[in-house]
Design a protein around this ligand. Structure first.
Ligand SMILES: [Zn+2]
Length: 69
């Protein structure tokens, strides 16, 4: 069965200590593994992320990551 394969980019941000600045730390490419024509948000099971369709060709998601790890 064909997969949706919708692409998105997840930017993981991290706060710079003692400032209010967030910097991009990692960039992860997502792709939807649900069946082509599925309803609801797209989902990348490998990375455990979901996103809604947007009008832009590639959706961009942001996730904040804390100091540890
Ligand atoms: Zn999809």
């Amino acid at each position: 069965m064909a997969a949706c394969n919708e692409k998105a980019v997840l930017i993981v941000t991290r706060q710079v200590p003692d400032t209010a600045t967030n910097v991009a730390r990692r960039r992860i490419e997502l792709s939807c593994q649900l069946t082509l024509g599925h309803s609801g948000p797209h989902r990348d099971m490998q990375h455990g992320e979901e996103w809604e369709s947007t009008s832009s060709p590639v959706a961009t998601l942001f996730r904040h990551e804390d100091e540890e790890g």
